[in-house]
Write a protein that binds this ligand. Structure first.
Ligand SMILES: *[C@@H]1O[C@H](CO)[C@@H](O)[C@H](O)[C@H]1NC(C)=O
Ligand SMILES: *[C@@H]1O[C@H](CO)[C@@H](O)[C@H](O)[C@H]1NC(C)=O
Ligand SMILES: *[C@@H]1O[C@H](CO)[C@@H](O)[C@H](O)[C@H]1NC(C)=O
Ligand SMILES: *[C@@H]1O[C@H](CO)[C@@H](O)[C@H](O)[C@H]1NC(C)=O
Ligand SMILES: *[C@@H]1O[C@H](CO)[C@@H](O)[C@H](O)[C@H]1NC(C)=O
Ligand SMILES: *[C@@H]1O[C@H](CO)[C@@H](O)[C@H](O)[C@H]1NC(C)=O
Ligand SMILES: *[C@@H]1O[C@H](CO)[C@@H](O)[C@H](O)[C@H]1NC(C)=O
Length: 288
């Protein structure tokens, strides 16, 4: 699931919605316009106690904007589920999801592509992916560190500290800012095509509850949330080019998104087909 908002206020409430979701990050191995970006470590965060699970400094991935895009920013918070107990969190602290020591280069693509043809609206923006290494979706702020485990639960401090660094880097002067959350795949069964009747019914109920819960109002501009779910999750990153974009009612997701984001056109485009849909995106393979 990926949600994008145009305001920081809304953004915060969406972080909370991740608490109920188990996150499974699919990796797509074939995608055009892909490039690797290396981490930027925020060393100054350590003195503020804003650290990853293992106590290492937090990090983000940054690609500077260029041309007319220098004043515009896309900031994404990485997803990756929560660790659930001490063993789980200790295991995680030895991976890139719990320690900046283990963070290698990551691929940028889709809405992060620098190719104008493939990504006409955002290709020249500043692009940031804030690495997720706190085990609790950027929410923790626990001072105490158990010496037996050395686990730190400081996600909220990481968020504040990294945002401060980005503000200093130019985000505070931004003309346009877009915040995105990378989320989850609720049922792996969808990707594997093995959902049971009961799982299918749960998914249908969730969809119906979710649509009912969307903010109502007369001005769609102020209902500004772009949501993509289930097997469409992370499509803003991985399914952004015309060849593999999601299309609903003959409007591609990148077009619908940009129309909404830039106030060109507002519509509810809801995929009415019976759910869950099998994953039919061509030329996309997964590992997890
Ligand atoms: C990105 O890095 C991965 C390994 O980390 C490598 O397999 C891949 O070829 C690199 N991609 C590009 C476009 O350099
Ligand atoms: C900790 O959580 C993991 C992941 O959910 C689970 O596999 C494991 O059984 C749990 N261990 C304990 C001791 O609860
Ligand atoms: C830019 O993206 C388009 C559309 O995906 C692709 O056809 C073209 O080869 C890309 N150009 C470069 C330089 O990668
Ligand atoms: C659940 O839905 C999927 C996709 O629509 C379908 O392929 C599958 O057969 C359904 N499962 C059952 C048990 O009906
Ligand atoms: C769907 O969109 C394409 C390209 O925008 C257009 O050529 C085609 O006529 C549209 N099809 C329908 C049924 O509206
Ligand atoms: C806005 O989008 C809807 C749905 O795709 C379309 O029917 C309508 O023509 C669009 N309006 C404009 C002004 O582009
Ligand atoms: C996708 O796969 C189809 C056949 O499986 C192939 O014809 C097509 O060229 C592929 N497209 C890309 C962009 O790789």
């Amino acid at each position: 699931m990926m949600m994008v908002t145009r305001s920081l206020q809304l953004f915060v409430s969406l972080v909370c919605s991740l608490t109920i979701i188990t996150i499974e990050c699919a990796k797509v191995t074939q995608s055009p316009n892909i490039y690797n970006v290396t981490k930027t470590i925020v060393h100054s965060a350590v003195s503020k106690g804003a650290v990853c699970l293992d106590g290492s400094p937090p990090a983000y991935y940054f690609v500077p904007g260029f041309g007319e895009g220098v004043g515009n920013w896309i900031v994404q918070l990485s997803g990756g589920a929560w660790c659930k107990n001490v063993t789980d969190c200790q295991d995680r602290s030895n991976t890139d999801k719990g320690s900046s020591k283990h963070m290698g280069p990551i691929p940028f693509q889709g809405i992060h592509s620098k190719n104008q043809t493939a990504n006409p609206d955002f290709y020249n923006w500043n692009k940031v992916i804030i690495a997720y290494c706190d085990g609790g979706s950027f929410t923790g702020d626990v001072e105490y560190v158990d010496p037996a485990t050395n686990l730190h639960f400081r996600g909220a401090r990481i968020f504040t500290t990294v945002m401060d660094e980005l503000l200093a880097k130019g985000l505070k002067n931004a003309k346009n800012t877009q915040y995105t959350l990378e989320g989850s795949n609720i049922y792996e069964c969808i990707d594997h095509g093995t959902c049971t009747t009961s799982q299918n019914n749960t998914l249908k109920e969730m969809r119906s509850d979710f649509l009912n819960a969307l903010p109502k109002g007369t001005n769609p501009k102020h209902r500004g949330v772009f949501i993509d779910v289930v097997h469409h999750h992370t499509s803003i990153i991985r399914r952004w080019t015309p060849e593999i974009a999601i299309v609903v009612h003959n409007v591609s997701a990148p077009k619908a998104f940009a129309d909404w984001y830039f106030d060109r056109n507002y519509t509810y485009l809801i995929d009415e087909r019976d759910l869950p849909l099998p994953n039919l995106i061509p030329n996309v393979t997964y590992s997890s």
